[in-house]
Design a protein around this ligand. Structure first.
Ligand code: ATP
Length: 252
């Protein structure tokens, strides 16, 4: 595990907003096939770094590399095609379509087909087999015919993950996957993330530290736009600067 190569890397990455430096000269590296969490107190720059990595925000300075290729100026759509997929990105859920239809649309889009009403039944059925196997992976097979909007909250998030997986990602970026979830959904989603991480890389911003402790291989702690610690949960949680950042509270 320790020797896995870096799949995502930044060098001197910075982002300012009207002179305020939200991400400051960050050298960051995510090893392939690990679950990597980005944590830090409110306003630390987590969302900004996440948006830079997925190219939703342009960098003010520095470089981003994906699998050794400079992607500093790539578009989010081209990154998704190359396997760097932000959950809820291209694959947003259509609330009034069924679970099966939602995942089928994501698969069609990956195969370069738009929503073609004239697709033959045979071709649709071909997708449906793939859809059902994906839904089985994610524990949604019994929800296939349910309309997305009617799903319980945790299952809706699982559907979002299913549409992300339909893009066949190498790296999945999750923005607060546990947000708004109760304990039961948190446990199920944690297990799901560990499952989908097999053979893939997951980078997530997550506030729930017990989830982070449970499932992350590596944790990067940000504070005021800079990395202050990195390593396993045991290492970062014992770090005096990290403890101070959390005790110090929000915008310390
Ligand atoms: N579009 C923007 N314009 C101006 N300032 C911004 C913008 N986006 C972020 N910031 C500032 O950059 C800093 C970092 O914000 P960011 O949202 O990245 O932090 P965060 O660690 O994700 O916080 P939280 O945990 O509260 O979501 C904050 O001080 C924020 O006010």
């Amino acid at each position: 595990m320790e020797t896995a190569k870096a799949i995502l890397e930044t060098r001197g990455l910075s982002r300012s907003f009207s002179g305020f430096v939200a991400v400051n000269d960050v050298n960051f590296s995510v090893r392939e096939r690990t679950i990597h969490a980005l944590i830090g107190p409110n306003g630390a720059g987590k969302s900004t770094l996440f948006n830079l990595l997925t190219r939703f925000l342009p960098a003010t300075a520095g470089q981003i590399y994906y699998d050794g290729t400079d992607i500093t100026h790539a578009s989010p759509a081209s990154l998704a095609r190359q396997g760097l997929v932000r959950s809820f990105q291209i694959s947003s859920v259509f609330p009034h379509l069924s679970v099966l239809e939602n995942v089928r649309i994501a698969l069609q889009s990956r195969h370069g087909e738009t929503m073609d009403f004239w697709l033959s039944d045979r071709r649709l059925r071909k997708y449906d087999e793939e859809v059902m196997s994906l839904l089985a992976d994610i524990g949604l097979e019994n929800y296939a015919q349910r309309i997305a909007i009617e799903l319980p909250y945790g299952r809706k998030r699982a559907l979002e993950l299913a549409t992300t997986l339909a893009m066949n990602p190498r790296v999945i970026l999750l923005d607060e996957p546990m947000a708004g979830m109760g304990q039961e959904d948190i446990q199920r989603t944690s297990a799901l993330i560990q499952k989908v991480a097999q053979g893939r890389t997951v980078l997530m911003v997550e506030h729930n530290l017990s989830v982070v402790a449970d499932i992350s291989d590596t944790i990067t702690v940000l504070r005021r736009g800079e990395i202050i610690a990195e390593g396993t949960y045991d290492i970062v949680s014992a770090d005096p600067e990290v403890r101070q950042a959390y005790i110090g509270g929000a915008h310390d």
